[in-house]
Every structure is written in structure tokens, then in C-alpha cells.
Design a protein around this ligand. Sequence first.
Ligand SMILES: [Mn+2]
Length: 339
Amino acid sequence: MRNESFISLLSRELSQLASLRVSILTHAGGDPDSICSAYCLKKILKEIFNVGNVWISVPDSPTAHTKALVEYFQIEVTRDVRDVDAYIVVDVGSPEQLDGYFEVISRGDKQVIVIDHHSNTVNRYPPTIKVYSSEYYQSTSEIIYDLAEYIGFKLGLLEAEAILIGMYYDTARLSIADSETSHKLCRLIDRGVSLGNVLAKLEQKIDISERIARLKGAARMKIYRFRDWLVVVTIVGGFQSSVARSLINLGAHLAIAIGEVDKSRVTASIRASQEFVEQNKINLGVDLAERLGIKLGGHGGGHASAAHLECKTTPGELAYHFIDELANRLNIKPEVLGV
Ligand SMILES: [Mn+2]
């Protein structure tokens, strides 16, 4: 178990929900870790903590990946559950990611519990909300795994699959899985889960528009050289996270893909290689996304090597501030590479 005292506090908190009506919220659109955590948590709440009724809601519309998981696990997703006693928010690093539910949970008239593993989560929620977040966990699914073990809940095959999927995607397909996560994965596989089979059923064919976004992102990118670090900036209409990730695969150490929401608002995804994060001791969520978000009238956050932000500015301005922030942080004046 990664952090037994943390799990024990969480378990004590959940034990007070007996016979209440609870709605589990994922972040806007959902992602594998949040959906899979919500799915297992619902079972645990009903079977172990005797919660009266549990719903799962995905703020905003579910992404393609989320839809595939919802179908595979036959999760009943309810829209707009308002008549509840408590909300449990899973895998949501900052409340802005809850879309319309941000206002609902901020009113202070309902009990709200957050279960998360992003950096600095506790400082982002109003003080009335109980935040159980530990950034030592590599996924929220792993927190649920430890919770299940702590309370003696035996994961069935489907729950084991869900936890495995959550862990798999939140460790960038195991590329950053540490030994604790790896041990847990082995134990899940020992129970009969086949990662290959699950993925074969889930992996979506990449949509043509996503492929176009990736290719345009690469064609339009500007390359900055900070000594031996290559940083790329690009502007694309959609699929920013997929574009940023693909630019890392192409060879960049750090990539930002910026998209215009409207004339005065932008959204952006930032990704980095492990090497860049470790050697520069930088946390993209805290040091770049959050700082830039606040500076430019918006918000941002995420993990050490993957982050997201939204702010009130133009793509060009954000690109300028991003490079400027980085130059200060690394204390290197970048050279622009001609293409
Ligand atoms: Mn997560």
C-alpha cells in the first residue's frame, strides 16, 4: 500500500455516507482514470459502505475514449443529478474542470469529497470541501485499488480490468509506471485480466480529423532550442493533447499545442519527456500551466509531465509568455531554429 494513513482517513470519511444519496463526478469529458475510478468506487460505496444510492455523472459531453469505456463496462451515466446528499469528485485536479458543477459544489449546501492525485489539488478547492489528494499516487484508480485492499473488498474481474486501464493510461501507457504501480499491475494480471484483450476492445481507431490535427500541428510548429533541450510550440484547432503528445514522440523534449476557443480565449495542452521533467526539476502542472493560467486570467494544472490550461488571451500571446516563462525558469536564452 502506498500511503496507508491517507487511505485510512479516506475510508473513515466514506464510512459516514451510509444510506445517503451520492453522486460521483468525473472531470469534464471524463478520461480512463476518472471513469474507471468512478466505476469501482460506485461498487465499493454500495457493497461496503452501504450508501443508499449512487449515480455517476460526466460533466460536459463524454469524449470518444470515455464513451468506449462507458459502453464496455455498461456504466449508467446520469446527467444532471441534483437531488443528492453528497458529491464525490474523482480525479479532478481543479474545480474549473467540473464545468457547470463547479458552481453546484461551491454553494456549500452539500457535502463534497474530492479523491485525487494531481499536484496542489488541495489549494484549488474552496476550504469547505474535503480534499483527499496524494500526488504520490500515479492514478486515482490506484487510490481505489489501495482502498479496496484496505477495506477487504475483493475486486471482481471487471473491476480489476477497470483499475488496470486507469493505471495504464495515467502512466502514459506504463512508460512512467514506478515499481509500486508495476507490482499492482502484476497482481491484477494474476487475477486473470489480460491487458492485451481489454485494449483490443477499447482502442479506438484514430479519427481522420485527429490525424489531420497532428500533422498540421507538426507542419506549423516553431522550434526553440534551449541548449540541448528542444521545445516546440504549435497552434491547432482541436485535439491539443493528442497533438502535444505526438510532438514528444516526434522528438521534442517539451511541446505546447494551443487552440483558440474564441477571439479572447485559448486552451492549451503541454507535454514533456520524462528526461526533461527530471533533469530540470520542473512540474508542468504547477510551474507552467498553473502560473500561466493565473497570469493570463484563466486556470491551469495537471501533472509533472502533462498539463492543461485555459486563459483569456490569444494563441500568439500565450506562446510568447510560455517561452518567456521557460527562459526564466531554465535561465537560458533560446535560439529559434529555422525550418
Ligand atoms: Mn488521473
